[in-house]
Design a protein around this ligand. Structure first.
Ligand code: SF4
Length: 102
């Protein structure tokens, strides 16, 4: 899946690759993951359903007041970079597939 350009052998590189990059996120976790109304989340959300706070630009509409609005779970969650890596991987796969077809 990933090229081995030091990724598998260097602890520093491995750690860097597992960091979330919110500026390049597509809201993957805000859509894919479910959560239940609780002390951590103000509402129920099914897997695959966009959170009602997710905006069309893939930004959280209540980012600056998550805890006050009852979304403490979002402040402690860490995707370890999945939010930007998975969509980029899927996009590259789709481009590769269309290049093979075309
Ligand atoms: S509240 Fe914001 S960070 Fe939490 S799931 Fe919804 S859109 Fe994402």
């Amino acid at each position: 899946m990933f090229e081995n350009n030091g990724y598998l052998t260097s602890p520093d590189n491995r750690r860097l690759r597992l960091q979330a990059d919110c500026e390049n996120c597509f809201g993957l976790c805000c859509v894919a993951l479910p959560f239940a109304a609780s002390a951590d989340f103000a509402i129920d959300k099914d897997a695959g359903k966009p959170c009602e706070n997710l905006q069309s630009d893939f930004r959280c509409g209540i980012h600056n007041s998550l805890r006050q609005r009852g979304f403490r779970g979002c402040t402690v969650y860490d995707c370890f970079g999945a939010g930007q890596k998975v969509p980029n991987y899927l996009r590259r796969s789709r481009l590769a597939a269309s290049a093979r077809i075309g």
